[in-house]
Design a protein. Structure first.
Length: 319
């Protein structure tokens, strides 16, 4: 119908409508696709068919599920009802979504976007009560196993000004969140939202868990959030056995301007304790770049040329 309308074929649309595109009973026929159909009927100006379909009360009969097709149908129907200014039906549908959407069954990696689009559409439709109910359920029920998904939901809740739901999800994240893809985004959102207490809890946990020296974005996010204590804790606990790891960490801290944390690492005198078998060349280079002349002299005094493993030609060449 939409394509016929785009190509200027009113006669074909009339033939299609005359065939009876609106069923007699939505509960009997099923409602899959009827939200999209209602939008198409409105688009082509088929007022009589729109009225007939609305009389069947799709807002009360649509299945509220979390499968991808179900979420798409709910979005289509909500958009169509808003376009038709059918306020009562919009409220009915929004309340059903808020209360009945089976969030525990959702595939948050695949369906997060559609779920949050529903929340945003309800917000745009001025369904504040339903938005708060759904936002609180999302905050309580979504899993904390993907930090990227959590970051995106936190960002949406912050933008929608759903402070209660944001606080709930922020606290769950602080207690359950782990190091992984998206953690730097979580830190950034919590910082922007002013969730300082939960940010402190999260950073205290991850500073003792994250692999040091191999995640520039995470270090930058911690630094930008102003979490000086977390960076200091990381600097104080990093292992000084592997010179390459120490070099990566010092280089990243220097790049983001985390001078205090860098001084914490150097105060532990890594040059005196690192294993000289591999990676010494990279540490010599970084110590020279950051002007740590005392550590540089200490490392050279240990005669790394005598200790480096000859099994690593690249390491020998770099030294």
């Amino acid at each position: 119908m939409r394509k016929l309308h785009e190509h200027g074929a009113p006669e074909a649309i009339a033939i299609l409508l005359a065939r009876g595109v609106v069923p007699g009973d939505l509960r009997q026929a099923g409602v899959a696709g009827y939200g999209y159909l209602l939008g198409a009927l409105h688009q082509v100006g088929a007022a009589q068919a729109c009225t007939a379909l609305l009389t069947l009360d799709p807002a009360s009969n649509v299945e509220v599920g979390c499968a991808e097709d179900d979420l798409g149908e709910l979005l289509d129907l909500l958009d169509a009802l808003v376009a038709l200014r059918h306020t009562n039906a919009v409220t009915t549908l929004a309340n059903r979504i808020a209360q009945l959407l089976p969030l525990y069954d959702a595939d948050w990696e695949a369906d997060r976007w559609e779920i949050m689009m529903l929340l945003k559409a309800m917000h745009d439709a001025a369904q504040a009560d339903a938005v708060s109910v759904l936002a609180d359920r999302i905050a309580c029920q979504m899993p904390i196993d993907s930090m990227w998904s959590v970051a995106m939901v936190l960002k949406d809740l912050h933008e929608l000004n759903e402070s209660s739901a944001l606080a709930t999800l922020a606290h769950r994240t602080a207690l359950e969140g782990s190091h992984g893809h998206g953690l730097s985004d979580v830190i950034e959102v919590l910082s922007d939202a002013g969730a300082t207490s939960d940010l402190d809890i999260l950073l205290s946990r991850i500073s003792s868990e994250m692999p040091a020296g191999d995640n520039y974005l995470l270090l930058a996010a911690i630094h930008d959030s102003g979490a000086v204590d977390a960076l200091a804790a990381l600097a104080k606990r990093v292992s000084l056995d592997d010179p390459a790891t120490v070099a990566w960490l010092l280089e990243d801290l220097a790049d983001i301007g985390a001078d205090a944390a860098m001084r914490h690492v150097l105060a532990r005198h890594p040059a005196a304790t690192v294993n000289l078998a591999n990676g010494t060349g990279s540490l010599l280079s970084v110590l020279d770049e950051i002007g740590a002349s005392g550590e540089l002299r200490c490392l050279l005094s240990r005669n790394p040329a005598r200790e480096i493993s000859l099994d690593n030609p690249a390491g020998v060449a770099w030294l």
